[in-house]
Design a protein around this ligand. Structure first.
Ligand SMILES: Nc1ncnc2c1ncn2[C@@H]1O[C@H](COP(=O)(O)OP(=O)(O)O)[C@@H](O)[C@H]1O
Ligand SMILES: [Mg+2]
Length: 365
C-alpha cells in the first residue's frame, strides 16, 4: 500500500517562495504525472516527497504516517533521476545491487532480486558491463532497475527520459507504462513534456509558478481545461486562443473579434455571458477544417478564409488560416491539396468551443 497526501506544502528558498501551498491526494498504485514548464516547481515537489528537500510548511503523509521528519531511506520510495547517476567503475550488477548491499540484504536475496528485475528490463545479458559500455536507453534501464530492486512502494521519476533521443524516448515511455502495470507501485513522474504526461498518467497535475492549475485524467484536461493556461498547454498543436468580446443581439450570442469577425455561441443551459464581456475563445485545431470535410455543420458555422501556410505531415495536415483577420490553426486528417494564398471555406465545430474570461483566464463556457 502506498497512499500519499500532500497538505498545504510550501517551499521557500530564503525569502523566495517557490511552492505555494500544494494540496494533492495520490491513491495507491496511481500513476501521477506532474507537468509544467521549466522552473514551475516540479522537481522541488518531488524532492520534498523524497525527503531530499526540507519542506517549509505543510505535511506529507504516506499511508497515514506523517513523514516530514522521516529520513529519505525510510520512506519506502525510490527515485530515478534525469542524469542516471550510475557509478562508472561498477558493472550493471553492482550498480543495481549497491543499495541492497548497504542495507545488508543477504547475498542470496540480492542475486535473486537483481536477476528478476534484470529479466523484466531485458538487462540479463548486460550484468557484467560497465555503464560506458551501454547505450543511453540501457543506462536508463539500469537506473530504473536500481530503483526496482528495492521494491519501493512509491517510485519517483524526475524527467527520466529527457536525455534520450526522440525515438528511444517513445520506446522507454511505453516500457515505463508497462512497468507500472507489472509492479503495482504508486508512481509519481515529473516531466515538462505534455505528450509524455498524457500518454503515461492516470491523473495529471498541471503546475505553473508553484501553483496547481488543474488535476485530472488526461482526457478531462483535454476536454475541460479550467483556464487558458491548461487549454494552451495540453494538446498538440496547442488550442487556438483568441481575444474577443461577447456581443448579444436579440436572443443570439456571438464572440466579436477586433477585426469584426463574429462567431455564434451555441446556446448552453446555465451559462450567463454578459454583453461586452472580454473573453478568450478557445477552439482546437481539429475543430477547424475545410468545410467540405464536415458537411453536417450548420451554414452559420462556415466561414470564408485564406490559407497562409500548409504543413503536410502525411497522416494529417496543419493549415495556418486567416478568417477575416483572425489567424487560426486548422488540423485535418489526410492530405489536403491546398496552396498558400488559396481561398477556402472553413467549417468550425462550435459545439467544441471554449470561452474563458479574459481577466481571470478561468473557463466561463
Ligand atoms: N536550491 C535552490 N535555491 C534557490 N532556488 C531554487 C533552488 N532549487 C530550485 N530553485 C528555484 O525554485 C523554482 C522551481 O525549481 P524546480 O523545482 O527545479 O523547477 P522544475 O523542476 O519545474 O523545472 C525555480 O524558480 C528555481 O530557480
Ligand atoms: Mg526539474
Amino acid at each position: 500500500m502506498a497512499e500519499l497526501k500532500l497538505k498545504n506544502i510550501i517551499k521557500k528558498y530564503g525569502k523566495t517562495q517557490v511552492v505555494h501551498g500544494i494540496n494533492l491526494d495520490i491513491t495507491d498504485k496511481e500513476f501521477i504525472v506532474l507537468v509544467g514548464p521549466s522552473g514551475c516547481g516540479k522537481s522541488t515537489v518531488l524532492r520534498m516527497i523524497a525527503g531530499l528537500e526540507q519542506i517549509s510548511s505543510g505535511t506529507i503523509t504516506i499511508d497515514d504516517i506523517i513523514v516530514n521528519d522521516i529520513a529519505p531511506k525510510d520512506r519506502g520510495l525510490a527515485m530515478v533521476f534525469q542524469n542516471y547517476a550510475l557509478y562508472p567503475h561498477m558493472n550493471v550488477f553492482e550498480n543495481m545491487s549497491f543499495g541492497l548491499k548497504l542495507n545488508k540484504t543477504p547475498k542470496q536475496e540480492i542475486r535473486q532480486r537483481v536477476e528478476e528485475v534484470a529479466t523484466i528490463l531485458g538487462l540479463e545479458d548486460l550484468l557484467l558491463r560497465k555503464p560506458h559500455e551501454l547505450s543511453g536507453g540501457q543506462r536508463q534501464r539500469v537506473a530504473m532497475g536500481r530503483a526496482m530492486v528495492r521494491k519501493p512502494a512509491i517510485f519517483l521519476f524526475d524527467e527520466p527520459l529527457s536525455n534520450l533521443d526522440a525515438k528511444l524516448r517513445i520506446q522507454m515511455r511505453a516500457e515505463i507504462k508497462l512497468l507500472h502495470q507489472r509492479v503495482d507501485s504508486t508512481m509519481i513522474y515529473v516531466t515538462h513534456d505534455q505528450v509524455e504526461a498524457m500518454t503515461l498518467a492516470d491523473r495529471i497535475v498541471v503546475l505553473k509558478d508553484g501553483y496547481i492549475e488543474q488535476v485530472g485524467t488526461p482526457l478531462e484536461l483535454f476536454s475541460h481545461p479550467v483556464n487558458t493556461f491548461v487549454a494552451g498547454f495540453i494538446g498538440t498543436p496547442p488550442m487556438n486562443l483568441v481575444d474577443g468580446k461577447i456581443f448579444k443581439q436579440e436572443h443570439h450570442t456571438f464572440v466579436l473579434f477586433e477585426t469584426g469577425l463574429r462567431i455564434p455561441v451555441p446556446d448552453k443551459e446555465g451559462i450567463d455571458l454578459l454583453h461586452d464581456q472580454a473573453v478568450v475563445l478557445g477552439l482546437r485545431a481539429e475543430e477547424i477544417t475545410p468545410a467540405d470535410t464536415q458537411p453536417q455543420l450548420p451554414e452559420e458555422w462556415r466561414f470564408p478564409g485564406t490559407v497562409m501556410v500548409v504543413e503536410p505531415l502525411g497522416n494529417e495536415t496543419h493549415l495556418h488560416v486567416d478568417i477575416n483577420g483572425v489567424k487560426l490553426m486548422s488540423r485535418s486528417e489526410g492530405r489536403q491539396l491546398l496552396r498558400p494564398n488559396e481561398d477556402i471555406t472553413l467549417g468550425l465545430n462550435l459545439n467544441e468551443m471554449h470561452l474563458f474570461d479574459a481577466k481571470t483566464t478561468r473557463v466561463v463556457y
